[in-house]
Design a protein. Sequence first.
Length: 259
Amino acid sequence: MDLGIKGKRALVCGSSKGLGLGCATALAEAGVDIILNARSEADLFDSAKSIKASYEVDVQIAVGDITSEKDRKSVMLLAGDIDILITNSGGPPPGTWNDWDNLDFLAALEANMLTPIALMKQFLPKMMQKGWGRIINITSQSVKAPIPTLGLSNSARAGLTGYVAGTSRQVAHSGVTINNLLPGGHQTDRIKNLLNVTSAEQGVSVEKLKKNMELGIPAKRLGTIEEFGAVCAFLCSIHASYIVGQNILVDGGAVNATI
């Protein structure tokens, strides 16, 4: 299927690896020029090289911590005029309800709610002026079904979801759509880190924890970054212009809900 976005320009945050890289690669396959952003310059160079070798698109890198106001301003300046924005940043550390204080919550809100909002506010006006734009926020299945050990993430991402619910409907008339992608368990460093933490706490092997996780998913496996990226690319396509303010699970059926 021709996604109809060849020649568009996208900023993909947190895209040196993992889900962000999956999205950037799928967009590049559709002919979109890419600005990769992440903190690691070495990883960005490797990912940019890989995409350039596979697809005839322009690939730039923007090194910086997107959750830092200073770095974010630099990334936004380098990005300039874009058509597609993919927001994505690592989640806060796991724990239980009594592990966190106000500073922990403020850090989570800054990274997983206020940073995406700042990016949207930067790029929305020009998208609306042009009459076309796509914004995808990578959030988490936890906004549909909270994960007990990820209370900081549950809270911050739920706040972003509320913001998008209202904002997306205010800008849809201009040809700009905003939607959220909610990943479940995928083969990423984030999952590996969570498994390692749980293994250390419970004294259970990582392999056993991973197997138990997969057994709890109806698809009986973890997702891949490639299939996640394909969903992202479709939501950015001309065919998704009537999808507005939605929270789309990509979780292998893990969240057991009727709606």
